[in-house]
Every structure is written in C-alpha cells, then in structure tokens.
Design a protein around this ligand. Structure first.
Ligand code: FES
Length: 111
C-alpha cells in the first residue's frame, strides 16, 4: 500500500464535504463527515451512481440515485442490500491528509 497526499494542511480546515478526487487517473470519493475523513470507491455498486453526489446520514454515505446506504467505516451496505463498497484508509499527517491505495493503482507515479 502507498499513501498518497490528497489534502494540504490548510485544506483540513474545511467544513464537512463529499467530493470526487482523481488519483493517477482513478476516481475516489473523499468524505469529511462530522470532522472525520473517509475515502470510498467512486461509484455505487447498485447501478453506478456517483457517490460524491450523495450525502451522509448516521455514519453512512447515501447514493443519490436510489438511496442505498453504505457504512463509511466498513463499506457494508444497509440491511437487505447485500452489497458493499470499498473503503480506503485515511490518515492525517503533519502536512495534510493521506489516503492509502493499492500499489497497482498508482504504479505510474513511481515507475
Ligand atoms: S445506483 Fe446507487 S443506489 Fe442505485
């Protein structure tokens, strides 16, 4: 796993948000909810909705298309959905926020 800086130290002061980020051409969904950071896969496994167009509710991210919900901590879908999303680890370091991604994702950055 490689840690990629996604927010500067100054950007850590922002209010809660949900947005799409590109890391080496791949999209992820970055969330700040109740002051905590989460990184998830970009699209909803149900039918491809863009998760960054959704909102947060009770620790879940809600897809804007059919309102399926996924835990921001575990990625697990709400009861009865039977699905999940990928969650990537986040860590605040001295100079900003980092997301841990599989090395194969960002091969180009370091080759
Ligand atoms: S596309 Fe996300 S809930 Fe259907």
């Amino acid at each position: 796993m490689i840690w990629v800086k996604v927010l500067s130290k100054q950007e850590l002061e922002r209010e809660d948000f949900i947005e799409t980020l590109k890391v080496d051409g791949k999209k992820i969904c970055l969330v700040k909810n109740d002051g905590n950071y989460y990184a998830t896969q970009h699209s909803c496994p149900h039918a491809g909705g863009v998760l960054s167009g959704g909102w947060c509710k009770n620790g879940n991210i809600v897809c804007p298309i059919h309102r399926y919900e996924y835990s921001l901590s575990t990625g697990r879908g709400a009861k009865g959905q039977g699905d999940y999303i990928d969650i990537y680890p986040t860590e605040i370091k001295e100079d900003g926020l980092y997301v841990g991604l599989k090395q194969s994702w960002i091969r180009k950055l370091f080759s």
